[in-house]
Write a new protein. Structure first.
Length: 164
């Protein structure tokens, strides 16, 4: 009976070690995950937080966490694909004033509706959360100070052109 108990403990320890190893590979493997990135000059210019052009509103959608680094997440505005985020990346889009629907897509869809005004900047944080099989996301409208800090700690990804 003692031998059988030891074997069960050994199997449990082996399974636990295997699970920790797989989790570590998935978490750290994200270092190689990339989305198409903009030129450094564009990143620097976008971080000057200038007033949007042509009476539009400017919206930054950023992801400034390392958690879920192995996962790319899709971002949409009004059902139009903006691009993908990875750890420490952001997108910047200019859109017409009015109400717009933003969606982050991963294991779940996170949707927020934002009323934007002409010549104003807005910041949406794509928070990453643990999921069952995949990382989850939650879009949150944040204040200027929080948003600019998150954007500054991230790099500009290439955004798909959206027509208004």
């Amino acid at each position: 009976m003692l031998q059988k108990s030891f074997s069960l403990r050994g199997i449990f320890a082996l399974l636990l070690t295997l699970c920790v190893g797989i989790f570590s590979v998935l978490l750290l493997g994200g270092c190689a995950t990339h989305v198409p990135m903009a030129l450094q000059e564009a990143d620097i210019a976008t971080k000057e937080f200038k007033e949007p052009t042509n009476g539009n509103a400017g919206v930054y959608v950023y992801r400034n966490e390392f958690i879920g680094a192995a996962i790319k997440m899709n971002v949409f505005v009004d059902d139009k694909f903006i691009g993908q985020t990875a750890a420490h990346t952001y997108h910047y889009v200019e859109i017409a004033p009015g109400r717009h629907i933003f969606k982050g897509s991963s294991e779940n869809d996170s949707i927020i509706s934002v009323e934007v005004a002409a010549n104003k900047l807005y910041y949406i944080w794509q928070e990453v959360k643990m999921g069952v099989m995949y990382a989850r996301n939650k879009l949150q409208l944040v204040d200027k100070t929080t948003g600019q800090k998150g954007v500054i700690g991230s790099k500009l990804a290439i955004s798909s052109p959206i027509s208004q």
